[in-house]
Design a protein around this ligand. Structure first.
Ligand SMILES: Nc1nc2c(ncn2[C@@H]2O[C@H](COP(=O)(O)OP(=O)(O)O)[C@@H](O)[C@H]2O)c(=O)[nH]1
Ligand SMILES: [Mg+2]
Length: 375
C-alpha cells in the first residue's frame, strides 16, 4: 500500500485525491499462492470540480460528463463516493460563505449562481445592499431553486419573496358606519388628489354614500381644490377648523347615513402645515378612523423615513404611495417600507382623477419594485 501511495504522489502531486482502495489476490490456485494486489482509486480535484460544475449546468448532460470523468480517472464505484464527498465539501464551503456573509451584511457575494442573480436583480433596482442581502438569505434558507438562473426564474423567486415581506392589507370592518379615512402627510404629496380619486370611485363605481371633510386651520382658501372635486363627483363637502367642528360635521355624516367619510388634512404650503400636535387633537375626535400616511415615491428614502418618524406620534395605520409614475425606482423605498412595517393601502400613478390609483397589494408592490427602470 505504501508503495502504491508513493507512486500516486509522484504521478498526481497534490492534486491526487484518493477515493477508494481495495486489496485482492491474483494468480494462484484456490486462494493459495499468487500475488497480493493493491488497487487505489485516484481522481484529480480540478477535473472533479469541472465535473460538478458541468453536472449542475445541465441535468441532461450530467450522466454523460460523469461517466467521461470516470473513464479519465480510471475509477469505478469509488469515483461516485468521491463525487459525494466533493459535493459535501462544496456545501460546507457554501455554509461557511453564508456565515461569513452574516458577519458582513451588505457585502453581497453569494456563492450560489442563483442567489447571486437574485441579489444582483434587487441591487439593480436600487434595493439597499443590506436589505437585498437579507431577502436573498431568506431565499437561501427556504430552498435554493434548482436549475439555471434564467432572468425569468430569478425574477419569479425574488418577486415571491418580496411579496411575502410586504404587509397585507387587513380587511375593513363592515360594521363601521361611517368608515372614516384620514389622509395625512406632507404638503404636495397628493393627499387631496388621492381623496378625490377614492371618493369618486366609492361614489361612482361602488355607489356608496360618501362625504368629504377638510381641515382648514388657517382660514385660507386651501379648500378650493377639494371643493371643486366634491362638486364634480357630487358628494357633500364640509370645512372644519377645530376638533369640535369635526365632531359636529361627523355627526351630520352619520345623520345622512354616509358609509365613507374622507378627511383631508390640508395645508397649502410647507409654511401652512398643520402642527403635529394640532393634527393629533383632530385625530382624537375620531378614534376609530383609519389613518393613511401619504408619501410620494419620488421622495428620497432617507427623507421618507424622516417624515415617517415625524408622523409616528399620530399612529398612522397604512401608507399610500403616490407618484409611482414619476419615480425612477421603487427599490430604494423597500427598506423604508419594511422598516415602517405598515401595509400599503393604495398606490397612485398619475394625476388623472379617478383613474390613476390602484390597491397596494404585496404582489403589485413587488412588481413595481422589480419593473425595469424607465429611461
Ligand atoms: N405624477 C403624479 N402626480 C400626482 C399624483 N398624485 C398627485 N399628483 C400631483 O401632485 C400635486 C399635488 O397634489 P395635491 O393633491 O394637491 O397634494 P396635497 O398637498 O398632498 O394635497 C398635484 O399637481 C397633483 O396633480 C400621482 O400619482 N402622480
Ligand atoms: Mg391638499
Amino acid at each position: 500500500m505504501s508503495e502504491a501511495l508513493e507512486k500516486i504522489r509522484s504521478a498526481f502531486g497534490d492534486e491526487g485525491m484518493i477515493v477508494g482502495t481495495r486489496t485482492f489476490r491474483r494468480g494462484g490456485v484456490l486462494g493459495v499462492g499468487g500475488h497480493e494486489m493493491v488497487e487505489v482509486f485516484v481522481t484529480d480535484t480540478r477535473s472533479r470540480i469541472e465535473n460538478v460544475r458541468r453536472a449542475s449546468m445541465s441535468r441532461g448532460r450530467q450522466r454523460g460528463s460523469e461517466s467521461a470523468a470516470l473513464e479519465e480517472t480510471g475509477g469505478s464505484p469509488a469515483a461516485a463516493v468521491g463525487y459525494e464527498l466533493l459535493n459535501k465539501n462544496l456545501s460546507q464551503l457554501r455554509d461557511e460563505i453564508h456565515n461569513l456573509l452574516s458577519r458582513t451584511p451588505g457585502s453581497g457575494g453569494f456563492s450560489h449562481p442563483f442567489l447571486r442573480e437574485c441579489y444582483e436583480l434587487l441591487v439593480s433596482r436600487d434595493v439597499e445592499p443590506r436589505v437585498a442581502d437579507g431577502i436573498v438569505r431568506e431565499i437561501a434558507n427556504l430552498r435554493i431553486p434548482a436549475g439555471f438562473p434564467t432572468p425569468s426564474r430569478v425574477a419569479h423567486v425574488v418577486r415571491t419573496q418580496l411579496a411575502k415581506l410586504f404587509a397585507p392589507n387587513p380587511p375593513v370592518d363592515p360594521d363601521l358606519r361611517p368608515r372614516i379615512v384620514w389622509l395625512v402627510g406632507p404638503t404636495g404629496v397628493g393627499k387631496t388628489t388621492t381623496i378625490a380619486k377614492l371618493a369618486a370611485r366609492a361614489k361612482i363605481n361602488e355607489r356608496r354614500a360618501v362625504g368629504l371633510i377638510t381641515l382648514d386651520t388657517f382660514r385660507i382658501a386651501a379648500v378650493d381644490q377639494l371643493q371643486k372635486y366634491a362638486e364634480i363627483i357630487g358628494v357633500p363637502f364640509e370645512v372644519v377648523s377645530d376638533p369640535a367642528g369635526l365632531q359636529s360635521a361627523l355627526g351630520r355624516c352619520r345623520e345622512q347615513k354616509h358609509e365613507l367619510v374622507f378627511v383631508d388634512s390640508a395645508g397649502r404650503s410647507q409654511r401652512d402645515e398643520l402642527k403635529m400636535a394640532e393634527l393629533d387633537d383632530f385625530l382624537a375626535a375620531t378614534p376609530q378612523a383609519e389613518v393613511h400616511l401619504v408619501l410620494s415615491s419620488t421622495t428620497h428614502a432617507r427623507t421618507i423615513e424622516n417624515i415617517a418618524e415625524r408622523f409616528s406620534s399620530i399612529h398612522y395605520h397604512r401608507i399610500i404611495l403616490t407618484k409611482v409614475d414619476e419615480s425612477v425606482s421603487m427599490g430604494a423605498l423597500v427598506g423604508s417600507l419594511l422598516r415602517m412595517g405598515r401595509p400599503v393601502s393604495f398606490v397612485t400613478d398619475g394625476q388623472n382623477v379617478p383613474d390613476d390609483i390602484m390597491v397596494g397589494d404585496p404582489e403589485r408592490l413587488a412588481d413595481l419594485v422589480l419593473k425595469t427602470k424607465r429611461t
